[in-house]
Design a protein around this ligand. Structure first.
Ligand code: DX5
Ligand code: ZN
Length: 226
């Protein structure tokens, strides 16, 4: 399988939940991953969807699932998403006392392992854990709700992670999530992100597939400097 240089992952949090399968199919040929936000009303105040919805949706699309768990006790729940066929399962550093052990469990369950860093969490304590992970998700908002305004200073964490990845020759996706849109994706790409979650910017558009293509074009341009 060839590895795409950049990943665009529409977040179904901004989709119409009454027509989820149709909403997913609307981006099927434009997106790389489908970003699925799982929230438990404890780790974050919001409540979204869980395993049964992911299982049903898994049968409705070929897109790889990028599951973003904003939940407490991820050691209990995260492997279930790997078993359900998620491509990548990301849990929050703030919610887990042994991230490396859980990453191992996820990988042995056949998924990629992702570590998420919320707005107020510094990245430095986690840099040494990154060889155990496939994806590092750096929030560019405070996790919990879609439609928030992008916080540019959080890109300092992306820059630090990118430097660390380069110096350690790590294979790691650096993903950004929150407020990613046509007016912010270029700065995120220039900072070193290579996977981009976009909810409102995709599902708030008249043509979600076209919105994905446009975002990819902007990110590519910012990366290659073309
Ligand atoms: C929020 C979620 C995001 C959300 C992003 O905590 O993790 O994935 O869907 O939404 P936008 O792109 O609207 O900021
Ligand atoms: Zn998310």
């Amino acid at each position: 399988m060839t590895v795409p240089p950049l990943i665009v992952a529409p977040s179904i949090l901004a989709a119409d939940f009454a027509h989820l399968a149709d909403e997913v199919r609307a981006v099927e040929h434009a997106a790389d991953w489908l970003h699925v936000d799982v929230m438990d009303n404890h780790f974050v105040p919001n409540l979204t969807i869980g395993l049964p919805v992911v299982q049903s949706l898994r049968a409705a699309t070929e897109l790889p699932f990028d599951v973003h768990l904003m939940i407490e006790d991820p050691r209990r729940w995260a492997p279930g998403y790997a078993d359900a066929g998620a491509y990548n399962v990301t849990f929050h550093a703030e919610a887990c006392d042994d991230p490396v052990a859980l990453a191992k469990d996820l990988r042995s369950a056949g998924a990629k392992a992702g570590l998420a860093i919320d707005r107020d969490t510094p990245i430095e304590p986690y840099l040494d854990l990154l060889p155990s992970f496939d994806t590092l998700l750096i929030m560019t908002i405070k996790a919990g709700f879609g439609g928030q305004r992008f916080i540019p200073r959080l890109l300092d964490k992306v820059r630090a992670a990118r430097r660390h990845v380069a110096s350690g020759h790590l294979e790691l996706r650096i993903e950004v999530d929150g407020g990613i849109a046509a007016d912010t994706i270029e700065q995120a790409a220039a900072a070193g992100a290579d996977a981009f979650v976009a909810g409102t910017a995709v599902y708030g558009a008249d043509d979600p597939a076209e919105a994905v293509r446009r975002l990819r074009g902007l990110a590519e341009r910012a990366t290659t400097g073309a």
